[in-house]
Design a protein around this ligand. Structure first.
Ligand code: SF4
Length: 481
């Protein structure tokens, strides 16, 4: 052992007294957490019990529990039980808490009861970034990703899944009934134990069927005809992989393209993104305090009224069009082959004919104008155009807004690459941090709180990477959290 670095003797009394602070270097991120939370006004941010009660046993100050959680989410320790253990053995946490070690219930209750406060702290951090002029470019990429809930696939029911499950259970009951009947007819061949086992199985299946019937009742009362037994707010959602899905939540995030900080986020239980563009854009604008904002999103966000809301608010949206028509794949002309002549309110078709405005209809609260030409039946190009009597082109009354947005996107070909390189790795990092289970809490309210802690930890880590530990501490002191 002579030629190796020697450790200290465990029973040796140190000559000079060491203090806890000696173990925490000046560039330890835990110092940033400590400073950041100490600078916060927790009463203003809406934390319960930030003011001590005049009677009863004194409790832990919310700043202590907030520090524990921020430390936990920064270091991938999200569970309250694991955090309790860490406060007893982890030197950084001992330093952070001043050797206080709350039990897991106190830690879990803090997260459970202070959703508003925690979400406000997350917003406060973004505001601080704004004060530090980190959002000068005013461009954000918006995206959504599905995160797993504490609800297994088997504990989630849609009408189709329930029907299949009932059918399977019914078939199993039938099978066991037949087997039981055979066993009853041949008591000398079938042993008693098997008959007993069959009866037990049958009772279980009948109970299961009863349970499914109760779920059916609940399913009928749900507006979206979906029931999750463990986490009632979780929903079955399709994911990008073909034929894949999960029971979870859809997390929306808006990320600034310059520093890749998460400017705004929201957890929803809708399985699609198309109604989120304006909401996320407005939240980003408010958080960044910028009037001239640009938002970039993928085609999942393409929805006329959403793009229009952004345009009306002065926000430039870059969203590629979703092609819903199958005409091009079938070798026919699609809408792009028809030119809109604005001054005449007519379309010009590939044969050079004009399609006149005929009538309007309301679809999904949108006024759709319909155009066609009555000479289509005698047209030479009809085969390549339509299998119907005449080719009809439909146009939303505000489609010029969408045309202008498309022209803008066409003139900025790098926007989609910018979107991908900005927002997609953020979700990758968050999912990696969250591990295989993603959320630990249940219901939309508590899952949102959990997400805010993740986002706060992510932004804090980003800022430390950009400014360094010393720079981040200087910045927090300069603007005051
Ligand atoms: S079928 Fe009608 S719309 Fe199509 S190219 Fe011919 S005239 Fe134009």
């Amino acid at each position: 052992m002579k030629r190796f670095i020697q450790s200290e003797n465990r029973s040796q009394v140190t000559l000079l007294p060491e203090c806890l602070d000696d173990y925490i270097s000046e560039d330890n991120p835990v110092r940033v957490i400590d400073l950041f939370v100490d600078e916060l006004n927790l009463i203003e941010l809406g934390f319960d019990s930030a003011e001590p009660a005049s009677t009863g046993r004194p409790g832990y100050h919310p700043s202590l529990l907030l520090k524990i959680y921020i430390y936990g989410y920064l270091n991938r320790i999200q569970s309250s039980r694991r955090l309790e253990r860490e406060t007893q053995r982890n030197v950084e946490l001992m330093w952070l808490t001043g050797r206080l070690a709350p039990d897991f219930k106190t830690i879990a209750d803090f997260r459970h009861d202070n959703g508003t406060g925690i979400r406000n702290v997350c917003k406060r951090f973004v505001f601080m970034c704004k004060q530090l002029n980190m959002f000068t470019q005013a461009i954000v990429a918006i995206d959504g990703s599905k995160f797993k809930a504490v609800n297994s696939w088997d504990n989630n029911f849609t009408a189709r899944k329930l029907e299949e499950r009932m059918k399977e259970t019914d078939e199993s009951i039938e099978r066991y009934l037949t087997a039981l009947e055979t066993a009853d007819k041949t008591p000398d061949i079938e042993p008693e134990a098997r008959t007993h086992h069959l009866r037990e199985k049958l009772t279980k299946l009948k109970d299961q069927m009863q349970g499914l019937k109760e779920v059916e009742q609940r399913l009928r009362q749900q507006p979206d005809e979906q029931v999750s037994l463990v986490d009632p707010d979780a929903r079955s959602m399709a994911t990008s992989g073909r034929g894949t899905g999960m029971v979870g939540y859809n997390v929306q995030a808006s990320v600034d393209t310059n520093h890749h900080l998460i400017v705004a986020h929201e957890v929803t239980n809708l399985g699609y993104d198309r109604t989120q563009l304006a909401n996320m854009a407005f939240q980003s604008r408010d958080a960044m305090g910028s009037d001239a904002l640009e938002v970039i999103a993928d085609r999942g966000y393409y929805k006329g009224p959403e793009i229009m809301k952004c345009e009306e608010a002065g926000i430039k949206a870059f969203v590629p069009k979703t092609m819903t028509s199958n005409n091009r794949a079938l070798g026919r002309y699609d809408k792009r082959d028809f030119t809109y002549i604005k001054q005449d309110n007519e379309y010009q078709c590939p044969a050079g004919k004009r399609l006149k405005f005929r009538h309007s209809s309301i679809e999904h609260e949108m006024k759709i104008n319909v155009y066609y030409n009555s000479t289509c039946p005698s047209c030479e190009l009809k085969k390549q155009c339509t299998p119907g009597k005449e080719r009809r082109v439909r146009r939303w009354e505000h489609e010029d807004v969408l045309d202008a947005a498309q022209a803008r996107l066409d003139s900025s070909p790098g926007k989609m690459i910018q979107r991908r390189s900005t927002v997609e790795h953020v979700f990758g990092t968050l999912k990696f941090w969250m591990g295989s289970t993603h959320f630990l809490t249940k219901t939309l309210k508590h899952v949102s709180t959990e997400m805010s802690l993740q986002v706060l930890a992510y932004n804090l880590r980003r800022m430390m990477n950009i400014l360094g530990i010393e720079g981040t501490m200087k910045a927090i002191r300069s603007v005051g959290a």
